[in-house]
Design a protein. Structure first.
Lengths: 333, 363
């Protein structure tokens, strides 16, 4: 918990220094059409003549008050703009995490149990491909094959961009409850849109999760192999337990410990991949917002996104630490 | 003694077992025709230096060899049934009900993420019939309404919740049997919360839980410090009196053998080289290697400048010596020892030895 606060302070310092101290902060508030006589007013309004330590403290104080600055590119407060796009990113990332864990852990186990046999070679090849494929390239190839080629061949094809079909939504309006469209459509019983939303999630969540899939599969495989060589597995077998019990009761919990660490890091990896994936698939989330903000030199928005990303990363690590204590009784906090 | 009567009261017969390990460097001929038997109710000691094949013999009996090992010859009979010819599932049932093994290091052999209770109760849960009988005997009930009667199977079977309750009761029994002070508390503890001696007691309890006809103890005192060793040996002695099954005690400590065993088999480089009653072996060791071992025991009433050792070192089992595997280190070796492998010979009073010195004398 202490570390969490420390990391977040560090992140605000770095973003603040990069955008407000090393560069002329005035540039952030000007366009080519800004009149020269407006400059003193801008300086006065944003307290740009104050020494930077005072400006930093003011910035942090405002953050704590919920004032994350005003985004020029959105013409909205940063927090409002991000809150609107947060569910889209979370929905995409959640689906990606779920499918990578659901696929990665079992395939890692199978890979370990069929060590150096065909299933192992196949899953290792998939893992290696996953780790070494750039997200944006994979995204484009997926669109080309599953949208364009399937469309050309007259096959049922998957949508290539956006969260849902806007024309379909006119006839089947979705009521916003949680912001997660999968949940909202289910809760309101809007099955037409539910199918449409799921179809839109397939390609981007696959592209986003593919790297993590490789990482999780590999770590699950190697830690399972490691655990199966341990003495306590011999004892478990010597008790006459079935192989299924030996693996799922005695080996799995031990093998999950390293995997959980990597899964936590994978969450961070997903956030890193979000701007690329969201850009390729025109996904209206925070990642694309950040990319646009960089393009338009919208410093408060970039700082806001960085802070949110750091917050999610630190929380993921906190959850990992809590899971550790659950998995390994030798760890106590 | 005639060998026919010996076979009749045999529980376990290991006949001419050969075993190779496939390694990068070559075939390691780890067991070279191992032959011995364990009688009903007796404690047989299996002694020898590190790497002579004691533990491999034990792992072969329970079918837990590593993947690179293969038995090329021989049979292991438990009450007439060949364990080596069994399917995975059959040998698994033998491990669950008949042969229980306790290992050397209680720190690495207990699962660190499961409680002692979880690791002990699962042994009882394998045998649902026994659980049902115990439940009937002791009238262990579960809260009304929770119980589901299962009448489909021929064998009596209890509902899962009730099975667990019985298993817990039995676990507490077996933990008190190994003299743990607070069994209920131990059940809830993880291995890292216990001392080495307590862990070893728990591992012994897991073996006793199966009520085995054969109890194999593989160097179970080696990883413990001396005072704890004494306690564990005391426990074994006590259990030996109480239990009807046979024990195969693997050790390199002749003192342990002298205290606990009825008979001893001496192993050298994958062979049984001498087998006799404990008293007979200590009084009258015949094989030069056994004699060397006896001389290497420090005695408090015998003052020595240096402890005696057997000259030479353990042979390379990828290229084992021809003939008798001990001949390069044997002070009495002669030409025949290099050429011919000696057979186990009866030399009287249930004493057998594999050495040409005695074959010669008889012929």
């Amino acid at each position: 918990m202490f570390l969490l606060v420390f990391v977040l302070i560090g992140v605000t310092m770095i973003t603040f220094f990069l955008s407000q101290v090393l560069l002329d902060p005035l540039a952030l508030y000007m366009t080519e059409r800004t009149r020269e006589d407006a400059i003193p007013a801008i300086i006065a309004y944003y307290h740009l003549n104050d020494p930077w330590p005072i400006r930093y403290v003011t910035y942090v104080w405002n953050l704590l008050q919920g004032d994350w600055g005003y985004s020029r590119s959105l013409s909205q407060p940063v927090l409002v703009g991000m809150a609107a796009r947060f569910p889209a990113t979370m929905e995409l990332a959640t689906i990606a995490i779920i499918w990578t864990l659901v696929a990665g852990i079992p395939f890692g186990i199978i890979s370990a149990l069929k060590n150096n046999k065909l299933p192992d070679h196949v899953s290792r090849l998939v893992a290696l491909t996953g780790v070494s494929t750039p997200v944006f390239w994979l995204g484009l190839i997926l669109q080309l094959v599953f949208f364009y080629y399937f469309y050309l061949l007259g096959l049922p094809h998957l949508p290539s961009s956006g969260r849902y079909d806007t024309t379909l939504e006119i006839k089947n309006p979705v009521q916003q409850i949680t912001g997660f469209m999968v949940l909202d459509t289910l809760l309101t019983g809007n099955l037409v849109m539910f199918q449409d939303v799921l179809a839109h999630l397939v390609l981007p969540s696959f592209a986003l999760g593919f790297i993590s899939l490789g990482v999780i599969m590999r770590i699950m495989r190697s830690s399972m192999l490691e655990v199966l060589r341990q003495d306590y597995i011999i004892l478990a077998r010597s008790k006459g337990l079935s192989e299924r019990v030996v693996i799922y009761r005695h080996a799995l919990k031990n093998a999950m410990i390293p995997t959980v660490t990597i899964a936590g890091l994978a969450v961070a990896g997903l956030l890193g991949g979000a701007p690329l994936t969201e850009t390729v698939f025109a996904w209206p989330g925070m990642g694309r917002l950040a990319v646009n903000a960089i393009g338009r030199n919208d410093a408060p928005l970039i700082m806001g996104f960085t802070l949110i990303a750091a917050l999610i990363l630190v929380s993921a690590n906190l959850i990992v630490d809590i899971l550790y204590a659950y998995l390994d009784p030798r760890i106590k906090y | 003694m005639s060998s026919a009567t010996e076979k009749n009261d045999a529980l376990l017969q290991v006949n001419n077992v050969r075993l190779d390990f496939h390694t990068y460097a070559g075939e390691v001929k780890a067991l070279d025709g191992v032959t011995f038997l364990v009688k009903k109710g007796e404690a047989l000691g299996l002694v020898g230096e590190s790497g002579c094949g004691k533990s491999v013999t034990a792992l072969t009996i329970v079918g837990l060899l590593p993947e690179n090992a293969s038995v090329t010859e021989g049979e292991i009979l438990l009450a007439g049934e060949n364990l080596l010819a069994m399917t995975h599932d059959q040998i698994r049932k033998v491990r669950a009900n008949k042969i229980a093994m306790v290992f050397q290091d209680p720190t690495t052999f207990l699962n660190p993420v499961l409680t002692i209770g979880e690791q002990l109760e699962e042994v009882f849960l394998l045998n649902s019939e026994r659980l049902a009988n115990v439940a009937a005997e002791r009238k262990i009930e579960v809260e009304a309404g929770k119980e589901e009667q299962d009448t489909s199977g021929a064998a009596p079977k209890l509902a899962r919740s009730r099975q667990k309750k019985v298993a817990k009761a039995l676990s507490i029994d077996v933990l008190s049997q190994v003299r743990l002070a607070d069994p209920e508390r131990t059940l809830k503890q993880y291995p890292h919360e216990l001392s080495g001696g307590m862990r070893q007691r728990c591992m012994i309890a897991m073996a006793l839980a199966r009520n085995p006809v054969l109890f194999i103890a593989d160097e179970i005192t080696t990883a413990l410090d001396v005072t704890i060793q004494a306690q564990i040996l005391e426990l074994l002695r006590e259990l030996k009196r109480q239990l009807s099954g046979s024990t195969l005690l693997i050790t390199h400590d002749l003192g342990v053998v002298a205290e606990l065993c009825d008979r001893v088999a001496v192993m050298y480089a994958g062979n049984i080289i001498e087998l006799a009653d404990v008293k007979e072996l200590f009084a009258n060791p015949l094989h030069p290697y056994t004699q060397g071992l006896m001389r290497a025991i420090p005695m408090i009433d015998r003052r020595m400048e240096r402890l005696e050792t057997i000259p030479g070192s353990v042979p390379d089992l990828i290229y084992p010596p021809s003939g008798c595997r001990f001949h390069p280190r044997c002070p009495f070796a002669f030409e025949k020892c290099k050429l011919e492998k000696p057979e186990l010979l009866h030399v009287g009073k249930g004493h057998t030895v594999a050495c040409h010195l005695y074959g010669e004398g008889k012929a």
